[in-house]
Write a protein that binds this ligand. Sequence first.
Ligand code: SIN
Length: 534
Amino acid sequence: MKITSDFLIIGSGIAGLSYALKVADHGSVSLITKRDIDITATQLAQGGIAAVSSTEDSFAAHAKDTMVAGANLPHPDVVDLVVEAGPKAVADLIDWGVNFSRNQNDEYDLTREGGHSHRRILHAKDATGREIERALVEAALKHPNITIYQHHIAIDLITEAKILKKPLDQNCCLGAYILDIKNDEVITFGARFTVLATGGAGKVYLYTCNPDVATGDGVAIGWRAGAAVANMEFMQFHPTTLFHPNAKSFLISEAVRGEGAILKRSDGYAFMPDYHKLKDLAPRDIVARAIDSEMKKHGDDCAFLDITHKGADYIKDRFPTIYQTCLDYGIDMTKEPIPVVPAAHYLCGGLQTNKQGETCIRNLFAIGEVACTGLHGANRLASNSLLEGVVFAKQAAECSLQRLGENHLPFPTIETWDCGSATCSDEEVVVAHNWDEIRRSMWNYVGIVRSNKRLHRALSRINMIQKEIDEYYWNFYITSDLIELRNITTVAKLIVQSALMRHESRGLHYTIDYPATDDINARHDTVIPGCQYD
Ligand code: SIN
């Protein structure tokens, strides 16, 4: 089966939906998503969206905070672009129906998080992402030009280099092969513009607060098709996820620290002043490393986040979701500190794009967490991610619409999927086993503190698993589990390769072999050129 549309969007979080809403009046949109439409990282975002919104704040201050958190690796021109587009991005969200929390004066309530010099984060209590996802999904469902395909997963992109044998430097994207998971059918989606908005790759690690869908699909399929990736070594570990055997790494928003919570050891000692002048509101890489180090030094299983001094009424009103979730696990955060540990949270690297969100493959855009736009550098400033998603959706939409006006060429003929001599597998345990091994190796060897020895150990295991998966991939019918495993393996390898290329410690990449930051030789992005289909 073949489906053709002007715009093919893969992913249904804030970036994909914003792009869809920006272009839908001008052409047909196919929006693909792996599970139900709202199973996204956006849906789980708690803190909020950073945008300069008060007279005490300024674009210069937001830009400076972004540069400092990013350990001076963000691209200043991209930082200025995003920060200055912040107020308009928030206005767009409000136009699409997002209700942000207001204070007693009926002004938008601004909260604070680590690394921010001012209160500038708009939020919807402690479930900002859920509110944004709700509003954007409702708006997309109402639009007659948007067709949503749930339970569909991208297998690979279709490019001119692949099907017309064009050289890589003239490569152009023509769509993607997509597996309809429920009907077990591969559909050929042709499109003038393809947008990867697939989110992050937290599932590459054993412990993550990302949803199960965060398997780095966009990075893997983009890279396989020839798009370059950058800064993959910078995986952000969120310092505070709930430590409980059944909690599956539930996030305790940084806004809890923003509103005064204090990190303590099991003996009650508040340790953050020993690590940074901003104490509990230091940038995330510093807080995560401090917790890791205190846990290791004192043999503790977790740290504790204490906000009991703020009073029960305030806590229940400001953090209703976190309060209720903790209570469900037997922890009353109004009376006792919350046990917390760091977990993989956000991939700062990804497919390298320009300021229009376009990869080095023409008409292939990457927006949101899947992309490396130059905004985050070595560590993302809290609540800059939702902002980047909306701003780059707009950039990419404007670029596509301008090109759409110029380009009325018919689509080239695209062949439908050929499954070759693949047969049914009776060994699905191989997929589950390899998935687990990758995630464990990444957690143990490519985590918060790294070394060359650990990275090489991870790489040799990943190489072995990759060989096995490739064999399996070509011999058996594909399933969504196999597609995701193939993708996390590719992404894991790109993370390790990038980490090995960075001979310094900076932001989220800390290695005992190069503990210092090297501004003379290493203040640049780590770029790995795309491969062209295996
Ligand atoms: C949080 O609420 O702590 C997450 C916000 C973010 O990752 O920007």
